[in-house]
Design a protein around this ligand. Structure first.
Ligand code: DC
Length: 222
């Protein structure tokens, strides 16, 4: 069993790395942000305030894999609206508590989406190396400058036909990173044993190459 965690701020390159490492090591990729996005967007679609802790906790408790996958096709699941709502619900301790156990249980018995057992998982999120899987085999903390991250997210939005400006993406991201880092419960922060990866000057290929080199070094006990 191998558990890898990848934490870091928005658009740092976590998803790209997680997907590539999952493929390379034949592990299942667990994008934990999808849980918070599903709860946050669910609140918005029901006309509820994402900061309403009682209602958001209820949404988190009722969340199933099927509901999350259905919501993930909504146009706002990955937009700034979904991102902001996810960040707001994720600051609520009762929401985090409701989603923690299933994330931890998955690490003991990881399965691919079709139900076949996996030899481990790659987690991507904010607290996966610190709170969800503190005993993970390998932990990464992936960062990049705010400008580079905003530029990447802006290009992703344009490619998806989402109308926005670079300045708006930069401002939204700064607001979200501040909320995610300053919340009291499980804030975004590196685990003490995390490998740091600054991707500001790296393309995806260089990022994955560097990460695999580091994993091999760790596994070899270097
Ligand atoms: O990784 P993402 O952008 O899809 O995450 C959306 C929000 O969910 C993020 O702003 C904070 C929250 N989140 C969290 O608090 N803990 C996680 N492990 C993953 C995401």
């Amino acid at each position: 069993m191998m558990i890898i965690t990848i934490d870091g701020p928005a658009a740092a390159g976590k998803g790209t790395l997680a997907a590539a490492l999952a493929k390379h090591y034949k592990l299942v990729y667990f994008d934990t942000g999808m849980l918070y996005r599903a709860v946050g967007l669910g609140m918005v679609l029901d006309g509820l305030d994402p900061e309403n802790e009682v209602a958001a906790e209820q949404k988190a408790k009722e969340l199933t894999f099927e509901k999350m996958m259905a919501l993930s096709t909504h146009q706002d699941f990955r937009s700034d609206i979904g991102g902001r709502a996810a960040s707001k619900v994720s600051a609520l301790p009762k929401v985090r508590a409701a989603l923690l156990k299933m994330q931890q249980d998955f690490s003991k018995n990881p399965v691919f989406p079709d139900g076949t057992p996996a030899n481990g998982a790659v987690y991507d999120g904010r607290d996966t190396g610190t709170v969800v899987c503190p005993h993970a085999d390998i932990k990464f903390f992936v960062t990049a400058s705010a400008e580079v991250r905003a530029q990447r997210r802006y290009k992703e939005f344009l490619a998806k036909g989402i109308q926005t400006t670079y300045e708006k993406v930069l401002a939204d991201m700064a607001e979200r990173d501040k909320r995610d880092s300053e919340r009291a419960t499980a804030p975004l922060k590196p685990a003490s044993d995390a490998i740091f990866l600054d991707t500001s000057e790296m393309d995806a290929e260089a990022e994955v190459f560097t990460a695999i080199k580091e994993i091999e070094r760790r596994l070899a006990g270097i």
